[in-house]
Design a protein around this ligand. Structure first.
Ligand SMILES: CC(C)(COP(=O)(O)OP(=O)(O)OC[C@H]1O[C@@H](n2cnc3c(N)ncnc32)[C@H](O)[C@@H]1OP(=O)(O)O)[C@@H](O)C(=O)NCCC(=O)NCCS
Length: 198
């Protein structure tokens, strides 16, 4: 049903051993399927009309209110959902992310882009941009504040839609065979912020 979003992501290649791709695809498929019946989740799958193949998928969600304990629980569940991963790399990254998200999001509800992936064969053709547009229209219509945790690849796209960088964190992948420092970025946008995409 889906394809592997992280196939060429440096962090994923360093942190997750070779058997992880199947697990990753199954996790994404399960997540999108579960989201169909959840009123706070908006999953999308883009299918090529000719081949019938999935070329992109995205998941927007309206996050629940969270106490500090719930942030910690969510972080631990996330770490535990990747059996076999290199935990000395995974735990600090997920811990940094959870702490920064909690600092910015607190116990409020946010409109969050959980997942956006365009198949490598269909990238750089405007598919990501068009999948972003629905989320932005919904955000304005419902007057929501929005947050995105971005990979290095996604950052340029979110900036084009008026998202502002709030924080970033990273790790050195070289001891794990990776190319260097890998950085994730936390972006936010408020309903009245201008959209600046072309
Ligand atoms: C990031 C991603 C969703 C972009 O999708 P896309 O369909 O290729 O994007 P678009 O063609 O609509 O391009 C929109 C903008 O994204 C940015 N972008 C897209 N691909 C990029 C790349 N390889 N490197 C740097 N910036 C890129 C550019 O700013 C681009 O605007 P431009 O073409 O005017 O320069 C896609 O590359 C992808 O799925 N990557 C792997 C998974 C991932 O990292 N997802 C983001 C999670 S936060």
């Amino acid at each position: 049903m889906t394809f592997d979003i992280w196939a060429d992501n440096d962090f994923r290649l360093a942190a997750f051993p070779a058997n992880i791709p199947d697990h990753s695809i199954n996790e994404i498929a399960k997540k999108l399927e579960k989201a169909i019946d959840d009123p706070d989740m908006s999953p999308f799958v883009a299918v090529d009309a000719e081949s019938g193949k999935v070329i992109a998928y995205s998941l927007w969600k309206y996050t629940p209110e969270r106490s500090h304990e719930q942030w910690i629980k969510e972080r631990d569940e996330r770490v535990n959902s990747w059996p076999g991963a290199k935990l000395d790399l995974l735990i600090p990254m997920f811990t940094e992310e959870a702490a920064r998200r909690e600092k910015v999001m607190g116990s409020q509800r946010w409109w969050e882009l959980d997942t956006l992936a365009v198949h490598p064969d269909s990238q750089r053709q405007g598919v990501g941009k068009s999948m972003m547009k629905w989320g932005q229209e919904e955000m304005e219509k419902r007057n929501l504040q929005s947050v995105i945790v971005a990979t290095p690849r996604g950052s340029g796209l979110y900036t084009q839609f008026g998202y502002k960088e709030i924080d970033s964190w990273g790790c050195d992948l070289r001891p794990y065979g990776g190319p260097g420092i890998y950085t994730n970025t936390l972006f936010v946008k408020f309903p009245k912020d201008p959209q600046i995409h072309a």
